[in-house]
Design a protein around this ligand. Structure first.
Ligand code: NDP
Length: 457
């Protein structure tokens, strides 16, 4: 795929970019390595000062950056501004907390026959980040802020359809005071990832994206014996049980499914509803979904903009048509609006059966699958009957049911009576085909550190 900024609301090519060649890749890796060696010992205070400055720049440039994101991947401007603000909050969080998260951890010296024994966290070196287009600033910042605070350097290979956001990020950290080369963008296609990850100076990689990309990067990293963190797709369940506040659940379900125009790994995708409240939930949810305003992502009152890529629109359309052809009931949506742009309407599909693609595949668009179950056992079995394991939502006020959902839902996160959301304070990541490793919080910053054991006799 060519590296280009294409407006999903119109299909118009806004700007095309030439991929960086070998000389430029080599120069950037060299710089990332040199800067790491020179600055790995810098104090947390100086890094925190620069990271706070990153936050200030994001605050000051919020509207401008938001417009860039909306213009190349179609999220609403309202959502784009919120994403920029969240990134600023993340930078301040790690500026404040990194030193504490990475402070030496004393161990029981006496038990191991030492005068002193402790754990010390050290940065690893240049880390490659392969990032997706869906939250173009947040996904990359979720890697960059902790990585730079820990003393690593970063090389960003962003998705080929968000080059403008990638270039903005490539300059942001230097503008804030980090040494030139601490964080750089590589304008390269996915074919060049192997060259970068195989380079001995690049010590690790993180990827957020599809399962296929995850397998490919894990294979290269496995051969090279390099650490990876993988945050891949998800098909999060959203359980609604009889004690739930059904109206509140239906409202949150609507947001959870259509946030970011339906293109979020942690969007709730499979709505698994107890028979006692199925009709009430299905009606309220369908009405909410049908009432959403679809259209120009730059308009302040738009709820759902276009999908980011033409291929994504084709995939979602085919998944819904496959279900329809095999007997599913389309409760709302399901018909593309006429006119330009890669729009797909909020859609609710019921009566899904295992032979339909939607039953097992992730749907990366505003399309909800609705399932009726007889009891909690069936709800949990169905929730776990997926290759993915990213997040899970459970709506119940019954404490025993809550305890069972927390213990038995196979996912990296369980949110009860709320919607799976990422927060700087909470670790984020999945199990099974959703990947491995954790981002955010203390676990996130330690992923790309050497936890060095020190024993002094
Ligand atoms: P991809 O996984 O193809 O893209 C994500 C990133 O990985 C991009 O930078 C891409 O580069 C790169 N990439 C793709 N293939 C390889 C590879 N073989 N080796 C190395 N790097 C690679 O996601 P798409 O954008 O195509 O989206 C498709 C699906 O991915 C979605 O339907 C969804 O399931 C999942 N996805 C999940 C996301 C999440 O947040 N977990 C985010 C986005 C997508 P390039 O753009 O140059 O191809």
């Amino acid at each position: 795929m060519a590296i280009a900024s294409v407006n999903p609301a119109t299909g118009e090519v806004v700007e095309e970019f030439v991929e960086m060649g070998e000389a430029e890749i080599e120069a950037r890796i060299g710089r990332a390595d040199a800067v790491f060696r020179g600055h790995r010992g810098d104090s947390y205070d100086s890094r925190a000062r620069f990271m706070r400055r990153v936050a200030e720049l994001l605050d000051a440039e919020r509207d401008e950056v938001a417009a860039v994101m909306t213009g190349e991947m179609g999220k609403t401007l309202v959502a784009a501004r919120a994403e920029v603000a969240k990134c600023a909050r993340l930078c301040r969080f790690y500026a404040e907390r990194a030193a504490g998260f990475l402070a030496d951890e004393p161990a029981d010296a006496e038990a191991v026959g030492a005068r002193r024994a402790y754990l010390r966290y050290e940065p690893l070196g240049p880390v490659l980040a392969v990032m997706p287009w869906n939250f173009p600033l947040w996904q990359a910042m979720r890697f960059a802020a902790p990585a730079l605070m820990a003393g690593n350097t970063g090389l960003l290979k962003h998705a080929s359809n968000v080059p403008r956001t990638a270039l903005y990020m490539g300059e942001l950290f230097t503008r804030a005071g980090f040494p030139e080369g601490a964080f750089q963008t590589l304008l390269i296609g996915s074919k060049s990832v192997e060259r970068v990850l195989s380079d001995p100076r690049v010590v690790a990689a993180t990827l957020t994206g599809s399962e296929g990309a995850g397998r490919s990067i894990a294979a290269i990293a496995g051969r090279e014996l390099k650490k990876t963190v993988l945050e891949l797709g998800g098909s999060d369940p959203f359980l609604v049980l009889p004690s739930a506040d059904v109206e509140a659940a239906a409202r949150t379900a609507t947001t959870a499914r259509t946030q970011n125009n339906g293109q979020s790994c942690i969007a709730a995708k499979r709505f698994i509803v107890h028979a006692d409240v199925y009709d009430a939930f299905a009606e309220a949810f369908t009405a909410n979904m049908a009432a959403l305003r679809v259209g120009d992502p730059t308009a302040e009152d738009t709820d759902v903009g276009p999908l980011a890529q033409e291929q994504g629109l084709r995939d979602v359309t085919e998944q819904v048509e496959d279900a329809r052809a095999k007997g599913a009931r389309i409760r709302c949506g399901g018909e593309r609006p006429a006119g330009p742009g890669w729009y797909y309407p909020p859609t609710v599909v019921a009566d899904l059966t295992p032979d339909m693609r939607m039953y097992t595949e992730e749907v990366f668009g505003p399309v909800a699958g609705l399932y009726r179950v007889a009891d909690l056992d069936e709800a949990i079995d169905l929730a776990n009957a997926t290759a993915f394991g990213l997040g899970a939502n459970a709506w119940t006020t019954d404490e025993d049911e809550q305890a069972r959902c927390i213990a038995e839902l196979a996912a990296g996160a369980v949110f009860v009576n709320g919607m799976v959301t990422s927060h700087p304070e909470l670790p984020f990541g999945g199990i099974k085909s959703s990947g491995y490793g954790r981002e955010l919080a203390a676990l996130g910053i330690r992923e790309f550190c050497n936890a060095k054991t020190v024993w002094v006799g």
